[in-house]
Design a protein around this ligand. Structure first.
Ligand code: NAP
Length: 369
């Protein structure tokens, strides 16, 4: 049985990965080992076969005893551990959710409903490093990858609305605490005057006592138009990933220009994106819809009308499901080759855990387990 070491399984991505693996009975086919950076010796999840104590996620010898290592930690962990393991001669399969290795020539970014051919070629070439893509990029490709595959996209802008949980467990918890602080005054001094309530809320948002250690600013009742660090030319790194990762995932040569503004909003889970796609020719809307709905089994085409949009094309409707909803599809007034669309997907599922879970299954088949 394939020995698989899990690290970072306690975080947002790791917890969802474990949940999905339990649902699909994936643990039955592997020998799991659980590691921790913060609770070595503590109780491991019930699936641990070796007595249930957590192993040290910094112990290179114990890590190297695994044929597959699957890390759901952040990039700092990958930076510290991956190079050292390879330097010591570890030849196992490394999988992670971080951005550190994504653009490396030695790594394939996995999203098998979109790039199964790239993954297969990688395995045949002997690639042993597989990373999940950026969540907004993976969700965008799950939604409109069919148009890229049909070579119909000349360029695209993507304006994102990204959930707090996309930044990790601690940040999502801070958003909830901020929400409590915002509503506390309205409970203490109830008022039916909307302007008065709005003033209480703004005051609470601007109060020094509002917890902002994680986000650095109020997010509840507001938004933050900056994600990740800055890059040359005015982009943020989150925005830079759009074109770089999408081109690598789909093997697009030459790369298709993709750019936009990435924004953190006060939703709990699910990333949404408003897309403007410049088509390479005037394709009828019905043909676009057919290409999209045939591109993978998880795409859900939502009719471009009010009721369906407010019921089915929202984070509330999509959270916790594998559906990738795309709607508001229409030709923009800019011209017949300009397509507008809005898409919503669960960034913890198709944006992070699900491609890794499925890659583990592909690896099991590949090594004949
Ligand atoms: P996270 O929730 O912050 O968890 C990462 C690790 O932080 C945990 O495994 C845990 O490690 C530690 N941790 C610290 N405080 C915690 C708390 N209060 N609750 C749970 N764990 C806590 O990070 P993440 O969002 O899962 O992201 C992991 C990686 O995936 C990052 O590289 C991220 O960029 C990438 N990613 C995230 C998403 C997303 O939607 N969140 C999507 C795509 C990719 P120990 O148990 O060892 O202490």
């Amino acid at each position: 049985m394939l020995r698989v070491g899990f690290t970072g399984w306690r975080g947002m991505v790791g917890s969802v990965l474990l949940e999905r693996m339990r649902e699909e009975n994936d643990f039955a086919g592997i020998e799991p080992m659980f590691f921790s950076t913060s609770n070595v010796g503590g109780a491991a999840p019930q699936e641990a076969r070796d007595g249930g104590a957590l192993k040290d996620a910094k112990n290179l010898r114990e890590l190297a005893s695994c044929e597959v290592l699957l890390s759901c930690h952040g990039g700092d962990y990958t930076t510290e551990i991956y190079g050292a393991l390879r330097k010591n001669g570890w030849k196992g399969f490394w999988m992670d959710a971080a951005s550190t290795l994504r653009m490396s020539d030695d790594a394939v970014i996995v999203l098998d409903p979109v790039n199964a051919d790239v993954i297969r070629d990688g395995l045949a070439r002997g690639v042993r490093t597989f990373t999940g893509g950026n969540c907004t990029v993976s969700l965008m490709l799950m939604a409109v990858g069919g148009l890229f595959r049909a070579r119909l996209v000349e360029w695209m802008t993507t304006m994102t609305y990204q959930a707090a949980s996309g930044a990790g467990a601690a940040k999502m918890m801070e958003l909830v605490r901020q929400m409590e602080c915002l509503t506390d005054p309205t409970r203490a001094t109830p008022s039916q005057n909307a302007l008065e309530v709005e003033r209480m809320m703004i005051e609470a948002q601007r109060a020094l006592s509002l917890p902002t250690k994680e986000f650095g600013a109020p997010l509840a009742g507001s938004l933050l138009p900056w994600i990740d660090r800055d890059m040359p030319g005015g982009q943020t790194r989150e925005e830079w990933k759009g074109m770089a990762e999408a081109s690598k995932i789909m093997g697009l040569e030459p790369p298709v220009p993709i750019d936009g503004i990435c924004v953190r909003v006060g939703t709990m889970r699910c990333h949404s994106q408003g897309l403007c796609i410049k088509l390479s020719k005037n394709v009828p809307l019905a043909d676009v819809e057919q290409i999209l709905s045939n591109s993978n089994p998880w795409v859900r085409l939502i009719p471009n009308e009010r009721e369906s949009s407010i019921r089915c094309l929202t984070p509330t409707a999509v959270s916790g499901t594998l559906n990738v909803a795309i709607g508001r599809l229409h030709k923009l007034k800019l011209g017949p080759e300009f397509l507008g669309a809005f898409t919503v997907g669960d960034q913890l599922l198709w944006g992070a855990a699900e491609p890794l879970r499925r890659m583990l299954g592909i690896l099991r088949e590949h090594v004949g387990n």
